[in-house]
Design a protein around this ligand. Sequence first.
Ligand code: ZN
Length: 186
Amino acid sequence: MGKILEIAELGHPVLRERASEIENLGDQEIQNFIDDLIATAIDSNGVGIAAPQVFEPKRIFIISSRPNVRYPNAPEMGPTALINPEIISFSEEKEKDWEGCLSIPGIRGLVPRHKLIKVKYLTRDGKEVEGEFSDFIARIFQHELDHLNGIVFLDRMDSNKELVTEKEYQRLISKAMEEMDLENEG
Ligand code: ZN
């Protein structure tokens, strides 16, 4: 089992540097670090976390997706480590949706992201994978990949007017839920 790591918050320079490629994936030290990153993602209820967010400027992130209020149809993707990830190509079409970030607590923003991306990465066993992600998973991938390049979601927003506090976000979501319930009843 991994240990829970401290989260770096906005303003710390580690969140603004380019993380470096992993060349020693087989090392026990890196494998232990991946366990710690997964444990930290689970502990913080994040759908993703990138290594720079725990003060390690390395090109590794975790995606952990499950159905939730915002995305009832979100695919089930158990905590998965993606190493040296890249986007090979993407759809021109973008979609805006709410994002939050463990490193920017208390704030949510509407962020445009490519709807469909083709990607490649290494698994923690060193296997090269090429795949396609859409919608929610594509959004997480783009958010986490940005962290490896020193970019946070605030940098991707169209307008500061699409920022809300966590409290207002929760209010928005519960309103959306009520409307969904009404639709289901009707
Ligand atoms: Zn983030």
